[in-house]
Design a protein around this ligand. Structure first.
Ligand SMILES: Nc1ncnc2c1ncn2[C@@H]1O[C@H](COP(=O)(O)OP(=O)(O)OP(=O)(O)O)[C@@H](O)[C@H]1O
Ligand SMILES: [Mg+2]
Length: 309
């Protein structure tokens, strides 16, 4: 089973209107409520690609049904530890006129440090050798930025493979715990080293330093330029085919889903890169985080260009 964590769940309230201006009143506006979080995106795409997946996380009781019914529809399993309150809500207003959008992100109800401790035990009770755990996105404030690092340590002693995609303190602490796979984008990668890193060879040189710290695979994603990936003495540059790009938010999550599925199916390193980059490109072709199809991905895979660096 591929588990994807959700430690900062949110409900996205998306309003679509012709024109929005501050101070007015809009009536009868269509609203879509979308349960969100990077772990949700990864788990749904893993499922689309044909592997079993589950979202595991902390869930405010009053919002639980929104998340579970959404995941049930997508045939993704869920293991949620309940806490009191409601998930935070983010409002997006999409305007067809001028094609712009406005966003209001809320703080959400506080989840205390003790919930982090409780979640460590909860996670521990779900660990089974041979599974994969993917840690994506942010951790709710106060749960503890060391939470991914602590669960990674638990996973390693239980024989569970770990995949990390986050930022900030959770990222630096997570790296120190030595996950199997790390997927930073170029900004996150520069933040790890605190310096500008440009050009394929400089990226490769720095990526090697992460292998030296005990991480087995490093995938550095570069938006439409593709990805530099390192493992053992291999360093590969993978360039996606040109696609009609509609929405690139979540391309990294799609790419991570590709890595997980390739790992589960024991793909070679270069075929893993091919699948991952094809998933990122397929995501870019769609609005919304998980609208890609399996056929698109298989087709795009053929046109990913891979070269040794
Ligand atoms: N416009 C694009 N065309 C083709 N492929 C793309 C495009 N944008 C992104 N990709 C693919 O998706 C991968 C991940 O993109 P990116 O580096 O933007 O991830 P990210 O910043 O982690 O995204 P997010 O955190 O929003 O999921 C890239 O490595 C690339 O293979
Ligand atoms: Mg990302």
């Amino acid at each position: 089973m591929i588990y994807c964590t959700l430690l900062n769940p949110a409900l996205d309230l998306v309003y679509s209107t012709e024109k929005f201006s501050a101070g007015g009143t809009l009536r009868d506006i269509p609203l879509r409520v979308v349960p969100s979080g990077k772990g949700m995106n990864v788990a749904c795409i893993v499922r689309t690609l044909g592997e079993e997946s589950a979202v595991v996380g902390i869930m405010p009781e009053e919002s639980r049904n929104r998340f579970t019914s959404w995941l049930d529809k997508k045939k993704v399993q869920h293991r949620f530890m309940a806490v009191q309150g409601e998930a935070r809500m983010n409002v997006t207003i999409l305007e067809s006129e001028g094609a712009q959008s406005s966003h209001i992100n809320s703080r959400g109800s506080p989840i205390g440090r003790e919930a982090g401790e409780e979640f460590l035990q909860f996670a521990g009770s779900h660990l089974a050798a041979g599974d994969e755990w993917c840690f994506s996105g942010s951790i709710a404030p106060r749960l503890g930025e060391d939470l991914y690092a602590r669960i990674i340590a638990q996973c390693k002693s239980a024989g569970v493979d770990t995949f990390l995609d986050t930022r900030g303190k959770a990222l630096s602490l997570g790296i120190a715990a030595g996950p199997l796979v790390l997927k930073p984008n170029s900004t996150e990668f520069e933040d790890i080293f605190g310096e500008q890193i440009q050009g394929v060879h400089h990226l490769a040189l720095k990526g090697k330093k992460l292998l030296d710290r005990g991480i087995s695979h490093v995938f550095i994603t570069l938006g439409s330029d593709g990805m530099i990936a390192l493992h053992d003495s291999d360093c590969l540059l993978s360039v996606p085919p040109q696609v009609k790009s509609i929405d690139t938010v979540g391309c990294g999550d799609a790419l991570m889903a590709g890595i997980l599925v390739a790992w589960k199916r024991r793909f070679s390193f270069s075929e893993t890169c091919r699948l991952a980059v094809a998933c990122g490109a397929a995501k870019a072709m769609h609005a919304g985080p998980d609208a890609l199809t399996r056929d698109e991905v298989w087709q795009l895979m053929e046109d990913v260009k891979i070269t040794a660096v």
